[in-house]
Design a protein around this ligand. Structure first.
Ligand SMILES: CCCCC/C=C\C/C=C\CC/C=C/CC(=O)SCCNC(=O)CCNC(=O)[C@H](O)C(C)(C)COP(=O)(O)OP(=O)(O)OC[C@H]1O[C@@H](n2cnc3c(N)ncnc32)[C@H](O)[C@@H]1OP(=O)(O)O
Length: 704
């Protein structure tokens, strides 16, 4: 592809690696605010950064080497894209929490009011897998050693709440000791009651942590002897206990009600003895957001009454100064000032050159914490920094771990941003079509596309089911892109097969009705959806195979061409090709490039000018498809083939794919808006509308 033989390529690749090492030392711009002083965990190896070079100096190196220059362009961009020095070199634009199971978008806009973000809670369901994606722009100079740092604090968490109450009375003796100790990992309660009005003793020990709940209750009275001991141990999936004890040797009553499930622990204890009156009531209620304790004690041997009510919101925001200090990242701050720093994550983002489009960085998959104790609000401080500790952006936000997601509506309205899918579109270009972004909560219930992911082999089959001819309408395209995005984020999915649920037709291409007689606004939104579908599919990181089980004109052919491999039904009735000129319209440059990259220049020239639809055998001959099989075997062959592709080391295959396709993808990315304008002005022309009308009439006539 680069016109290099293997050795030459290898040599240049090494050279580039060397260059990249040198670039690490290149000065990041100094326009950020105060430098970020993180704790340096890394051992200082006395590393001396190489002499710094500017982007221009690097571009000057071996500038006569055309191949190297092309490669440098891919790595470093073409040069400064923003000259205005008042605009930062690095601009972080948004952070997305990518989670396949999320019902809606979890995106924060970092170009707006960062103060407002501090007050916003982004909800995540406990236990889900997620990744963090950051979009950022590099405007002028190469920036090296970018890092994303993520400090997580338990919001408003008190490390410990301890209460000890000891009461001692010697009017015929009453002693009470209550010890309550709770932190987020543990709740312990010990209650000892002792009265020797002819002896009553009660000991209650309650101990609960995430995995275990233990309760011991010992009751002893020797007014004609009653003893009760209760020990209970449960692993917190649900426990209910009620104990009522009644002895009428001068009256003793005890009622104990204990109820706990994952969300709630309630304990009520009522004790009543009328040996000259002793009453005790203890109510303990904790759902880990809240701990309430009420103790009422009443004695009338010369009168003692005690009431204790304790109510503490374990997760309340106690004081913002606890974690919002003027210099939140000073060395040692986290440990010294805020004992509730839970986690510090540092992600190496890497070195980037300037370019028009945003760069994106995605962290590895993490699992959200799970369980009763960990639910709650976490305060997160994010820093986008680099080797020089330049603070490109720092911001704060809150992540609320809940038992379940917020409802879709609240998710949308609270965040007020488009969709996870728009923000996490591989190439950083948002989809326009928020109106259907949430339709598809479950992959398999999508209305126009059925998705079946086989967890045993990681192969997802996407079946187009949009009768009569699987035309790609605005809704279809949006649904398609969303499904594709979800599968790309789903780590259990390793490859995707595209096929049709409709007989004899893979796809009739773009829905002509979306382009005929519709408003310019609609045409613009439609074309954007076509672009996004193409960007997603052509640049897809996972393996894609088209199982073409029917006719596949124009947009249908384009979709198949975007895949890594094409298997077509060996049936003379089926044909495939970019036939746009037959409709009086013109395939745009990126349709052309996709075909060109597959079948070569001459065949593309013929094919596009003539709008040729190739029968299966011809398609195989020109390399438009890779394999023909009987129709009944198209899908099974695709599954088998995907298996052989999966045997190739994934990262190497993925990088190779990107190396082949990225320049083509970048071309559209750099011209996306212009391409939409071009399309709208072209398609709304009277002459073009007339052609489309005639073509539609011919389709109907053929049918008649
Ligand atoms: C210098 C300036 C450059 C500027 C460039 C800028 C931008 C580029 C500009 C424009 C590019 C636009 C790109 C478009 C790509 C496309 O995909 S256009 C769509 C092309 N598709 C076709 O040509 C396929 C047409 N259909 C068929 O050939 C047949 O229908 C079929 C698929 C082979 C199936 O045949 P079958 O006999 O089974 O079914 P019918 O023909 O009876 O069809 C049933 C029904 O469906 C309707 N229909 C068919 N195809 C489409 C479609 N693509 N869109 C909408 N509707 C479709 C058909 O009309 C029938 O309808 P009914 O009569 O109402 O039942």
């Amino acid at each position: 592809m680069l016109g290099l033989d293997v050795c030459e390529f290898g040599g240049q690749f090494l050279e580039l690696l060397w260059l990249t090492v040198c670039y690490r030392g290149i000065m990041a711009d100094k326009e950020g605010t105060a430098p970020v002083h993180e704790e340096e965990d890394e051992t200082d190896l006395n590393y001396q950064a190489p002499a710094q070079k500017t982007l221009q100096e690097i571009q000057e190196l071996d500038k006569d080497d055309e191949s190297l220059n092309k490669y440098k362009q891919t790595l470093l961009g073409t040069g400064p894209v923003v000259l205005d020095p008042s605009i930062p070199n690095v601009q972080v634009t948004r952070l997305t929490l990518m989670c396949v199971q999320a019902p809606g978008p979890i995106t924060m806009d970092l170009t707006g009011d960062l103060e407002a973000l501090k007050k916003q809670n982004f909800t995540m369901k406990e236990g889900v897998d997620y990744r963090v994606k950051i979009h950022f722009k590099v405007n002028r100079e190469i920036v090296s050693g970018l890092k994303y740092v993520h400090l997580t604090y338990r919001k408003g968490l008190r490390d410990q709440l301890s209460l000890a109450l000891v009461l001692d009375m010697n009017l015929d003796q009453l002693s009470l000791a209550l010890v309550l100790d709770t932190n987020l990992d543990q709740l312990s309660l010990a209650l000892v009651l002792d009265t020797n009005l002819d002896q009553l003793s009660l000991a209650l020990v309650l101990d609960t942590n995430l995995d275990q709940l233990s309760l011991a209750l010992v009751l002893d009275t020797n007014l004609d002897q009653l003893s009760l001991a209760l020990v209970l141990d449960t692993n917190l999936d649900q426990l209910s206990l009620a104990l009522v004890l009644d002895t009428n040797l001068d009256q003793l009553s005890l009622a104990l009600v204990l109820d706990t499930n994952l969300d709630q622990l309630s304990l009520a204890l009522v004790l009543d003895t009328n040996l000259d009156q002793l009453s005790l009531a203890l109510v303990l209620d904790t759902n880990l957001d809240q701990l309430s304790l009420a103790l009422v004690l009443d004695m009338n041997l010369d009168q003692l009454s005690l009431a204790l009510v304790l109510d503490t919101n374990l997760l309340a925001e106690f004081s913002s100064s606890l974690y919002l200090t003027p210099d939140p990242v000073s060395q040692g701050f986290e440990q010294a000032v805020n004992p509730s720093l839970l986690d510090k994550a540092v992600y190496m983002v890497g070195s980037y050159g300037p370019r028009v489009e945003e760069h994106e960085f995605i962290t590895p998959v993490e699992e959200a914490p799970k369980g009763l104790i960990v639910r709650g609000i976490y305060h997160i401080k994010s820093y986008f920094t680099d080797d020089d500790k330049t603070d490109h952006l720092s911001w704060e936000w809150n992540l609320q771990i809940k038992k379940d997601w917020d409802s879709t509506e609240s998710c949308i309205s609270r965040l007020g941003v488009l969709s996870l899918f728009s923000a996490s579109c591989r190439h950083g270009r948002p989809y326009a079509l928020s109106h259907v972004a949430f339709n598809d909560r479950h992959l398999s219930t999508s209305s126009k596309i059925k998705v079946d992911l086989d967890n045993s082999n990681g192969i997802a089959v996407m079946k187009f089911d949009n009768p009569p001819v699987n035309s790609m309408s605005l809704d279809f395209l949006t649904e398609f892109s969303i499904n594709l995005e979800k599968l790309e984020l789903d780590k259990s999915c390793r490859g995707v097969i595209l096929t049709s649920a409709q007989p004899r037709i893979f796809s009739a291409g773009l829905d002509i009705m979306d382009m005929y007689g519709t408003s310019p606004e609609h045409c613009g939104a439609f074309w954007k959806a076509v672009q996004d579908m193409w960007l997603k599919l052509y640049g897809y990181s996972k393996i894609t195979i088209a199982a073409i089980n029917g006719a596949s004109p124009a947009g249908g052919c384009l979709m198949a061409l975007c895949c890594d491999y094409r298997i077509m039904a060996d049936d003379p009735r089926y044909s495939i090709g970019l036939n746009e000129t037959q409709l009086g319209i013109v395939a745009p440059f990126w349709f052309k490039d996709t075909l060109l990259n597959t079948v070569g220049h001459r065949t593309t020239e013929l094919s596009l000018q003539m709008g040729i639809m190739y029968h299966a055998h011809e398609a195989l001959k020109i390399g438009l498809v890779d394999q023909l099989v009987p129709e009944g075997k198209v899908l099974s062959t695709a599954v088998e083939t995907l298996g052989t592709w999966l045997a190739v080391p994934g990262h190497a295959r993925e990088i190779s794919k990107s190396m082949m396709r990225k320049p083509t993808v970048d071309k559209l990315l750099a011209n996306k808006e212009a391409d939409i304008k071009n399309f709208v002005s072209f398609i709304t022309k009277d002459s073009i509308q007339k052609s489309l009308g005639m073509y539609l009439a011919a389709l109907k006539k053929k049918k008649a």
